[in-house]
Design a protein around this ligand. Structure first.
Ligand code: ZN
Length: 295
């Protein structure tokens, strides 16, 4: 297990690749765990050895709330913008584009396949933290930075005295930035990335795959990571210019491999994500028709 001062980094299976993620444990008298996507055996061991009194979730996605249920007696907090969202499957479906793409029928279809564990994990969350306020966990100071873009309430925990930021889903993977829910926003994602780069920090910890970056490495990785947004723009624009309509565009597999697009939620994100790029490129979508809007 890697440690940075009082922060212990707990890995998820498969190098913390989705559907797992990396957790941080603040080894202070207050016993705080940030996100629960790490290996369950290691999390249990941590609980036995040190205890977990407070679980903090950066956002509501299942890979970051995966093992909330292991900590029965811990208090659990999420960001203030997503507390309402997690109260119902409808709320989560809406924020993920299911209602936008398929209407109420889609929400019903999703409900049938909705993972029970996720409902349980979210159901145990009883409170919220405040953004941009300094918390002091027995001497370890943490500031929960509002970093929207991935989701609207997304939070990057920042440890000012340690110069560490847990950037979670600003994950620098070759997949590229994820903002495909209706609660995601490309411009906000880019804006939040800039804020993170400008933090007074020397170490950035991501939630998935390669985990710990020194500042310079992180700056370089972020350049590549964000350039994937432009590549997506170019690809989509090229297809539109070739005369593709919206339905055709959403069947080729721009973000997800084509063969995975029969999974309802992935198809939903593919469609919702393409809409965001089209809007950014100055197109409007009416039914299946794509038209250039005069700017
Ligand atoms: Zn996420």
């Amino acid at each position: 297990m890697r440690r940075i001062g009082p922060i212990m980094i707990i890995e998820g299976a498969n190098n913390s690749k989705v559907p797992f993620s990396r957790s941080l444990y603040i080894n202070s008298k207050d016993k705080v765990l940030i996100d629960t996507g790490a290996d369950p055996a290691e999390l249990r061991e941590l609980d036995d050895q040190y205890g977990v009194e407070l679980v903090v979730n950066t956002h509501y996605h299942p890979d970051h709330t995966l093992h909330n249920h292991l900590f029965r007696n811990a208090e659990k907090w999420i960001n203030p913008l997503e507390f309402e969202t997690i109260q119902s499957i409808e709320g989560i479906a809406k924020e993920n584009g299911v209602y936008q793409e398929w209407g109420p029928e889609g929400v019903e279809a999703l409900r049938k396949h909705f993972p029970k564990k996720w409902v349980q994990n979210l159901g145990e969350i009883s409170g919220t933290y405040r953004y941009e306020e300094e918390y002091n966990f027995s001497g370890v100071k943490v500031n929960f930075l509002h970093s929207p873009g991935h989701t609207k309430g997304y939070t990057s925990p920042y440890f000012p005295e340690l110069g560490v930021v847990y950037v979670g889903d600003f994950d620098m993977t070759s997949f590229g930035p994820w903002y495909f829910g209706t609660d995601g926003d490309i411009d906000e994602f880019i804006e939040s990335s800039k804020v993170l780069l400008e933090m007074d920090a020397s170490t950035y910890i991501t939630g998935h795959q390669k985990g710990v970056f020194k500042k310079q490495e992180f700056i370089e990785a972020m350049g590549k990571f964000l350039s994937i947004i432009d590549q997506r723009d170019e690809t989509i624009d090229k297809y539109v210019r070739q005369g593709m309509n919206f339905e055709e565009l959403t069947n080729i597999g721009i973000f997800y491999p084509k063969k995975m697009l029969d999974v309802l939620i992935l198809k939903t994100w593919e469609r919702s994500g393409i809409r965001k790029h089209l809007q950014r490129l100055g197109y409007s979508v009416q039914g299946s028709e794509i038209q250039l809007v005069n700017k």
